[in-house]
Design a protein around this ligand. Structure first.
Ligand code: PLP
Length: 286
């Protein structure tokens, strides 16, 4: 596997960063998860925008331009002969000392990894996922903004650990106000009486798949609303699904033991799963 690291394309074994890199010492950095479908990069501009906006929020200067980053992503795919891939650009604060001060880190580290990728949840797209709500709360907007896709994923990892112990395929976060926030790595939607409702995006990640799916739903004539949701809305929904670059559109069949709707992927979710597949086949940047 060939990795891009700070201006060079090197074999995986040679792709090494310093133990003084603040990405490692403090989780100080940002990343993206991007898909390529059939050789075309899906929603590349939106992902680059989020990467650079996340970096800006952390006052982290990315040493290459957006155009250069796009070129690196393409070249990493090409060097690895990948057409259906998951791409992971990472920008860390870079090498500093053991203190926190980012001024001691003169240059950010830039890494791009690309791996072959298929359907993340396998047969669960047909069966539906089991989900559990977790006690760990999504960071509120007044702390580290959850809109920043930072290298600090410990909340999400704690959520995942809790889901693993409880036997769930995915974790559902609440925010500190008690509203539904998102999944550990995806945004959440409920369907009630034919309408789609999803939480607003102050207290979760502004998912790019979320926006694609909202547009798709509107184009299919489905009413879409952004509204705060609680436990009641989850448990009493007709359908629940999550969206993400890795997960795509994935149906939830049970939450905390409550069977959602019929316990099978519902008609609206199915329609969006099929529609999303069409979108990934037709959109994308070569
Ligand atoms: N929420 C979190 C916490 C994530 O890590 C992700 C994945 O990127 C998402 C939501 C979904 O966002 P996107 O659709 O942009 O991949």
């Amino acid at each position: 596997m060939i990795i891009y690291l700070d201006g060079r394309y090197v074999p995986e074994e040679e792709a090494k960063v310093s133990v003084f890199d603040h990405g490692l010492l403090y989780g100080d950095g940002v990343f993206e998860g991007i898909r390529a479908y059939n050789g075309k990069i899906f929603q590349l501009e939106a992902h680059l925008e989020r990467l650079y906006d996340s970096a800006k929020t952390l006052d982290l200067a990315v040493p290459i331009s957006r155009e250069e980053m796009a070129g690196v992503i393409r070249e990493t795919l090409r060097k690895n002969n990948l057409t259906d891939a998951y791409i992971r650009p990472i920008v860390t604060r870079g090498r500093g000392d053991l203190g926190l001060d980012p001024r001691k880190c003169p240059k950010a580290t830039v890494i791009v990894i690309a791996v072959e990728w298929g359907a993340m949840y396998g047969d669960l797209y047909e069966k539906g996922l089991s989900a559990v709500t977790v006690s760990v709360r999504r960071t509120p907007a007044e702390a580290m903004p959850p809109n920043v896709k930072s290298l600090n994923y410990l909340n999400n990892i704690l959520a995942k650990i809790e889901a693993n112990y409880k036997g769930g395929d995915e974790a559902i976060f609440f925010d500190t106000n008690g509203y539904v926030s998102e999944g550990s790595g995806d945004n959440i939607f409920v369907v009630k009486n034919g309408e789609i409702v999803t939480p607003p995006t102050l207290n979760n990640l502004r998912g790019i798949t979320r926006l694609v799916v909202l547009d798709l739903a509107r184009s299919l004539g489905i009413t879409v609303r952004e509204q705060n949701l609680g436990y009641y809305d989850l448990y009493s929904a007709d359908e629940v699904f999550v969206t993400g670059t890795a997960a795509e559109v994935a149906p939830i069949r049970v939450i905390d033991g409550r069977i959602i709707g019929t316990g099978k992927p519902g008609p609206v979710t199915r329609q969006l799963m099929a529609g999303f597949k069409r979108v990934t086949e037709t959109q994308g940047t070569p």
